[in-house]
Design a protein around this ligand. Structure first.
Ligand code: BGO
Length: 271
């Protein structure tokens, strides 16, 4: 049995894609312990593939039940593939979540949705360059509304599920941040695909990290000391350093990946 999870921002088209993938075979309930809707279904024509629709989120922070449900699921349940559904008309904003999903170490496929609108609006997106920006992650263009690209997405997802070797698709923060992240990985003895996710959560002083990954108090103290010193040197708090790092990385490659038409062309194009 394979498990494919869908993750994306609210309104990125997750429900539309879930319906296109599963048809009528759906089960709706709640995630354990919270009133967040849980939808699962069987991939059409594949009895052995389950699709899990994670709640719509903007980040993997611990501030909403939706974010906590999504991150716990990705980190603890290890879906075979995580499909990040992206509203391609708002590419730059949606990629903020993408950076975080890739940092979990889960095998990902990016589904660029709303391509019908992207084309109508004369926006150019280069999926190859987008893939290169994230370590070669597979990117598939789809329209969940018009039902285009769905077969190719399924094919790519199933091929990704078969690959056994782990690929780190995360980007690098500044050398100073990377140095601290590496030290955290060593101190906490973090290994495996989700090591970077945990290191970043310790770096950010995430509210739930001590519950999720308890460490000996002396080691926790040492990690806090490292982060405190960097916060002082950079004159910024750790969470902001990480979120700025993500935005900086995206803004550094986005103009090579996406081109919007000139304003005058845009005004003459109707949706
Ligand atoms: C409304 N292309 C286009 N053009 N629209 C899409 C696509 C696509 O590929 N995929 C989704 N949409 P959800 P979440 C709506 O509901 O799947 C549209 O939150 C409307 N509703 O049809 O719900 C989709 O699950 C009235 O639009 O996303 C939906 O992630 C007027 O994107 C919206 C216009 O999709 C969100 C749109 C009463």
């Amino acid at each position: 049995m394979l498990t494919i999870a869908l993750a994306g921002n609210p309104n990125s088209g997750k429900t539309s894609l879930f319906n296109a993938l599963t048809g009528a075979k759906q089960h709706v309930g709640n995630w354990p312990g919270v009133t967040v809707e849980q939808k699962t279904g069987q991939l059409k024509r594949h009895n052995d593939v389950e699709i899990v629709d994670l709640p719509g989120i903007y980040s993997l922070s611990p501030y909403s039940p939706e974010e906590v449900v999504s991150r716990n699921y990705i980190i603890n349940e290890h879906p075979d593939v995580l499909v990040n559904i992206i509203d391609a008309t708002n590419l730059e904003r949606n990629l903020y979540l993408t950076t975080q999903l890739l940092e979990t170490g889960a095998p990902c496929v990016l589904a660029l949705n709303m391509m019908d609108l992207v084309r109508k609006r004369g926006i150019n997106i280069d999926p190859k360059k987008l893939s290169q920006a994230f370590g070669g992650v597979p990117v598939v263009e789809i329209s969940a509304l018009e039902n285009t690209g769905i077969d190719q997405l399924v094919e790519t997802v199933l091929a990704t599920a078969k690959k056994e070797e782990y690929k780190d698709r995360s980007f690098k923060y500044s050398p100073a941040i990377e140095e601290v992240l590496n030290k955290i990985e060593d101190l906490a003895g973090l290994t495996g695909p989700s090591a970077r996710y945990y290191a970043i959560k310790f770096f950010e002083n995430d509210e739930k990290i001590d519950q999720d990954y308890p460490l000996a108090p002396a080691i926790r103290q040492e990690i806090r000391g490292l982060v405190d010193r960097l916060e002082e040197a950079e004159d910024n708090d750790a969470e902001t350093l990480i979120s700025n790092g993500r935005y900086d990385y995206i803004s550094h490659f986005i103009h090579g990946v996406m081109e919007r038409p000139h304003q005058k062309d845009k005004l003459s194009t109707s949706d």
